[in-house]
Design a protein around this ligand. Structure first.
Ligand SMILES: NCc1[nH]cc(CCC(=O)O)c1CC(=O)O
Length: 306
């Protein structure tokens, strides 16, 4: 048997495996996938907030990185906590896919009316929809992408939202309707795949830097700095999207109350050379801006982290 150059740790869901295979292809050397079960995989029914703890999708992968059982861990950046454990580093991100959410079960946002049942366990999606239509009936919806699509087919809910990127990676690009980002800002990191390594693996880091997509890395870094500076729990409704416009990195961010009735959004931008520090400072400054101007009932959902 040929000797594999790397062990790539991944969750075992079809989406996670598709993403790990994309990373293996990008690296272009024989790699072995090591399937790692995370707390989130083990608990398919309870809400994530009830499972609690940090890193439901990542902690076990990160433990195996630190122990050397795997060389890299592949993550959906959306599922990676903005507060990082020490000793680890996101060494690369693949070019970002479609950042939008897709609405499945109803033709468009205008079709959402009071009393409709929406299956989602995402506080962001729930609050963004409730902001538009206060009388929606939000019910928890977990499980992998295929499970959630089946639950809509079975009419357990009238509609759900799924990330366009995840659907596309599973070959289901045409399911549902894309919601424009001006109508619904995505989660920080949505659509981006990250590769995490132990911080002390200098050669591996250099190697992965070569396949990293700088625009995606900078945009997602800005979104994650915004989320981190908001503090609060990862279950507070937060949305953010950074895009490159010419030589500018433009970040939009939004925070909402759980019922969507209190919300604030804003924009920041950075021109010219984008240092890591500058990108992170922009994200943090936008977070402070939004919190400073927010009513107490909204600001209290977050605990500003400096
Ligand atoms: N929370 C689960 C999750 N994490 C990443 C994606 C989609 C892929 C991506 O955003 O890169 C999904 C599914 C979804 O929200 O529809």
């Amino acid at each position: 048997m040929e000797k594999k150059a790397f062990r790539i740790g991944t969750r075992g869901s079809p989406l996670a495996l598709a993403q790990a295979n994309m990373v293996a292809a990008a690296i272009g050397e024989p790699a072995e996938l090591a399937i790692v079960r995370t707390a989130g995989d083990r608990e398919q029914s309870r809400p994530l907030a009830a499972i609690g703890g940090k890193g439901v999708w990542t902690a076990e992968l990160e433990r195996q990185l630190l122990s050397g059982e795997i060389d890299m861990a592949v993550h959906s950046m959306k599922d990676v906590e903005s507060e990082r454990p020490g000793g680890l580093f996101i060494a690369a991100m693949l070019p970002r896919a479609d950042v939008r959410d897709r609405l499945i079960g109803l033709p468009n946002l205008a079709a959402l009316t009071a009393g409709a049942t929406i299956g989602t366990s995402s506080p962001r999606r729930a609050s963004q929809l409730l902001r538009r239509v206060p009388g929606l009936n939000i019910v928890p919806f977990r499980g992998n992408v295929a499970t959630r699509l089946q639950r809509i087919a079975d009419r357990e809910a009238d509609a759900t939202l799924l990330a366009a990127a995840g659907l596309a990676r599973l070959g289901q690009d045409d399911v549902g309707t894309a919601i424009e980002t001006r109508d619904m800002l995505p989660a920080p990191g949505q659509g981006a795949i990250g590769i995490e390594v132990r911080a002390d693996r200098a050669r591996l880091r250099e190697r992965l830097a070569q396949i990293s997509h700088p625009e995606t890395y900078d945009a997602v870094t800005a979104e994650r700095a915004f989320a981190r500076a908001l503090g609060g729990s990862c279950h507070s409704p937060v949305a953010a999207l950074a895009v490159i416009e010419g030589d500018r990195l433009v970040l939009r961010g939004e925070i909402l109350s759980e019922n969507g009735q209190i919300h604030r959004s804003g924009e920041a931008s950075l021109s010219g050379v984008r240092s890591r520090h500058g990108v992170e400072a922009m994200g943090a400054a936008l977070a402070r801006d939004l919190l400073d101007g927010a009513p107490e009932a909204l600001a209290s959902l977050f605990t500003a982290a400096g």
